[in-house]
Write a protein that binds this ligand. Structure first.
Ligand code: IPM
Ligand code: MN
Length: 365
């Protein structure tokens, strides 16, 4: 089996973390005897500099031709004042839309080694483990009409039945494989589009009788996530509510810089760290590669169906953290501070160990 992966390193620390991700990806693939072919393309500010566009047809075509895409990060100060459609962020939105990536999955899991790094008390967050399913190519981000003139600005929040159904199915299926609780978040007390969202989710829930479905208004949800995050298992919500809530959810874990994400559609998939391009530390071999390596774990799970490989990558990250290894962004005085390459090597070393232990377990059974 050969998988074709398009690499989009992007801007800032993107290239460094992407190359860390690729190293781990290839290493793990070899252990599990699958072949990986990669091809690299430009996206974001670097693409704008070279071609005058943050996302070219060539890059897009490479993504269409691949089994999965791994993205580093896009953006930087020098492109902040470009018109909207030329900004690095526009490339991301176009990529999501063109590849039909309707579901953005962002886990919010508190690593035991980080339980004291959150801005919330450890007694509130320890054991938190939920996942946000954010609808990614509809809602107010893409609705028409949109625009502004001298006197007003306007956007449109609109969802079709099919758009709500497909992400709801995905979220229900995930809830079934977890603790069986799905919270759908909307603003149905004010917005018709949200009442519609709620009705469709209710309808879809009939296919999943074993899942407990709850509805929550988005303002209350923002409060509940910081009050008692352990009540959540799977969250499903629209594009803009998901944008906001996934930042809150990431932050409470105390490790925003370590969180992965997957954006899935019915044919394509894109994996990227949640953090940005951090231009201030770009090129210094300082960046934390963990979010990207964890995104690679999600690739093994969702694109290759190799759940064991994904689990072992996660286990090697946890082991590395529990050994006290940190990159500068997450280090305190007593920690062993590693650079990007060293952290990647340490995770691969631990991967070997967890892999061998696992193989031994199978052998002795
Ligand atoms: C995200 C980002 C993007 C979004 C921006 C950069 C367009 O905030 O991935 O959450 O709003 O979707
Ligand atoms: Mn966001």
């Amino acid at each position: 089996m050969t998988y074709n992966i398009t690499l989009l390193p992007g801007d800032g620390i993107g290239p460094e973390v992407a190359s860390a991700g690729v190293k781990v990806m290839k290493y793990v693939a070899e252990k599990f005897k699958v072949a990986i072919e990669t091809q690299e393309k430009l996206i974001g500010g670097c693409s704008y500099e070279k071609f005058g566009s943050p996302l070219t047809d060539e890059t897009l075509q490479a993504c269409y031709d691949s089994d999965a895409v791994l993205l580093g990060a896009v953006g930087g100060y020098q492109w902040e004042n470009l018109p909207h459609h030329l900004k690095p962020e526009a490339a991301l939105l176009k990529l999501r839309k063109s590849l039909g990536l309707f579901a953005n999955i962002r886990p919010a899991k508190v690593y035991p080694a980080f339980v004291n790094s959150s801005s919330l008390k450890s007694s509130v967050i320890s054991g938190t483990d939920f996942v946000v399913f954010r609808e990614l190519i509809g809602g107010i981000y893409f609705g028409e009409p949109r625009g502004f003139d001298e006197n007003k600005g306007w956007n449109t929040m609109v969802y079709s039945k099919e758009e709500v159904e497909r992400i709801a199915h995905m979220a229900f299926k995930t809830a079934m494989s977890r603790k069986g609780v799905l919270t759908s978040i909307d603003k149905a007390n004010v917005l018709e589009v949200s009442q519609f969202w709620r009705n469709v989710v209710e309808e879809v829930s009939k296919d999943y009788p074993s899942v407990k479905l709850k509805h929550m208004y988005v303002d209350n949800a923002a409060m509940q996530i910081v009050r008692d995050p352990r009540q959540f298992d799977v969250i499903v919500t629209g594009n803009i509510f998901g944008d906001i809530l996934s930042d809150i959810s990431g932050m409470i874990t105390g490790s925003l810089g370590m969180l992965p994400s997957a954006s899935l559609g019915s044919r394509y998939a894109l994996y990227e760290p949640i953090h940005g391009s951090a231009p201030d530390i770009a090129g210094q071999n300082k960046a934390n590669p963990i979010a990207t390596i964890s995104s690679v774990a999600m690739m093994f799970e969702h694109s290759f169906g190799m759940n064991k490989a994904a689990e072992l990558i996660e286990a090697s990250i946890e082991k590395t953290l529990s050994q006290g290894f940190r990159t500068a962004d997450i280090a305190s005085d007593s920690d062993k501070v590693l650079n990007t390459n060293e952290m990647t090597e340490q995770i691969m070393k631990n991967f070997d160990e967890v892999y061998n232990t696992e193989a031994l377990g199978v052998f002795t059974l």
